[in-house]
Design a protein around this ligand. Sequence first.
Ligand code: M7G
Length: 316
Amino acid sequence: MADNKEVGVDSTLGNTVNESIHSVLTNFGNFQQKRILSENSQRKIICVEGTFSDKEGSAIVLLEKKPFSEEILKNTLTAESVVNKEFSNDIYGFYECFPKEKYNGVKATVIHPATEKHIIKYLSQEIHLIEETAELYKSITLPFLENETFSIQWVFNILEHKKEADRIIFEDPSPDIGFILLPDLKWDAKQVEDLYLIAIVHQKDIKSLRDLNDKHLPLLKNIKEKGIKTIEEKFRLPGSQLRIYVHYQPSFYHLHVHFTYLKYDAPGIFTEKSHLLSTIIENIELMPDYYQRVTLPFVVKETDNLFLKYEEKGMI
Ligand code: M7G
């Protein structure tokens, strides 16, 4: 802790207000904490809102303890780890163990400048389930989405190879059925225990599950088939150990498919949010406009503007 503070005083943050925080951040010396947005002791994750002293706008910092990879384990049970005894009782001993710094990392995600919508996304609050009929989608959800969604600039940066190009695991460049497969923001790609990849499609006009119909079947099948093959080759996990799904509502309205390790309880895998890709394909094969006709439930936070729109129209 004391060491961190010393590094923090010798601030290496940028000297211009406009420079992206991500070009200069090497420590949290200039971060001023405002409030804890959410915390989950089971997932060992905390989400903090604050500011960087020489930057304009709010910042969100997410800290998450990492799972034990083979490498971390191998380097923790060694003579280099410090082990302090807390107490012992009969055959039971309780210790605090400090592995070497390199094997003791905490995953940190920084969002800056964070919009109000980002803050709401990470703020712990009451949630509601809305049964969105096809009619409600057209009259409330769609007009809302057209005005108020997260920027998907990060998606275009990936598709155009401007960012994260070195993280791409597979690309099918076809404009119709092509996609890029790469590690999700939530995965450091160091161990398969929390494997999390996303396939982002090259087609630009598919907002979400709601837009999918029979003309997208070749695209969906291509993602499933090549995604599984790539993961099998690179990470030695067969398709039968993968959870392949789409979120509804997504946070980002450009079609992407989530691939996670079946044993990993990834965030957002609950039934009211996830739709398995294989089920989506089957449903569309049975009825080409299934997703334009069906009622799709989704979860929304109480302070989300979409919730307020449904409330205004007396739907909640
Ligand atoms: P979603 O279903 O739209 O929203 O998924 P969710 O966040 O509610 O799950 C978007 C996925 O994209 C999430 O799993 C994010 O972790 C991931 N993601 C978001 N961003 C901003 C990035 C990014 O910049 N790079 C990568 N590789 N993944 C991202």
